[in-house]
Design a protein around this ligand. Sequence first.
Ligand SMILES: Cc1cc2nc3c(=O)[nH]c(=O)nc-3n(C[C@H](O)[C@H](O)[C@H](O)COP(=O)(O)OP(=O)(O)OC[C@H]3O[C@@H](n4cnc5c(N)ncnc54)[C@H](O)[C@@H]3O)c2cc1C
Length: 268
Amino acid sequence: MSSDNSAGDPNGLAIVRDPTIYLVGKQVIAEGGMADFLRDHGLEWSPDTEIPAQLIAEAAGRVCYMSFGKGRGTNEDYLGNILASGHGSVLEHAVWNFIITGVSRTFTHELVRHRAGFGYSQLSQRYVNESKAEFIEPDAIAEDPESHAIWVAAIEEAQGAYRQLAKRLRKRFAHIESRTQCRKLARQAARSVLPNATETKIFVTANARALRHFIELRASEHAEVEIRKAATAILKILSEDAPNIFGDYRLETLDDGTRVARTDHGKV
Ligand SMILES: Cc1cc2nc3c(=O)[nH]c(=O)nc-3n(C[C@H](O)[C@H](O)[C@H](O)COP(=O)(O)OP(=O)(O)OC[C@H]3O[C@@H](n4cnc5c(N)ncnc54)[C@H](O)[C@@H]3O)c2cc1C
């Protein structure tokens, strides 16, 4: 899990500055099935990695030429060659699941533009009461007291309007028998006044190839600071979890203190 840092605000507004990334799922090797496949085809294979993502990507690549057997190179060499040659389709077999919290609706709007190799499930503002929502304050605003004061006033006004509208609309739809439906009708209309900064939560599933592309676009100096923080945090998790797939990235700190990731093997 990457670290969180919810910043308190003397006004009582719940302000968050950094995303939290929870790695909640990853693959396991079905060892029986792998052994059956090798036996049925008269093959022996002794991979030198036990990391499922790395092993699965290598196995997928080896099926292409049925190039199993003793005396093969290391997994690091094999996947290094995949990265260098750009044969990235075998990386699509390695998959991770994350829950990302402490991020704004701005962030998720940018994130979900990544379609190939990604799956999403996001907190519903139609069902969930946002009366006590947290808000993501951009660093550039938080670092300047006057900008911060303007931002806090705008957020409080928007949240106040949401609460009033949700209350009024619940009364308007009170005749509807289903309380769930009544609340949904009220909240789906009231949410229209919530700002981009409203905190959200999103479950993300993605494969290694898609994640590499995401990191290259979003852990870049051209990307917005919030998504860049998330992309570098995800890279940190992945480079520890599967170094033979993500170990080629170098994290560099820019003059403004923000970080970017670079690689010599773009868009494999
Ligand atoms: C710095 C920055 C600024 C941006 N500014 C804007 C902006 O102002 N406005 C805006 O609308 N968007 C903007 N975007 C979003 C951008 O245009 C992409 O939508 C987003 O980065 C997702 O990347 P992708 O298109 O590579 O899609 P992914 O889903 O990540 O796809 C990965 C790759 O798969 C292939 N692929 C995916 N889908 C298709 C398809 N349907 N057909 C053919 N090939 C496909 C492509 O090769 C693609 O690169 C910005 C992105 C960045 C990083």
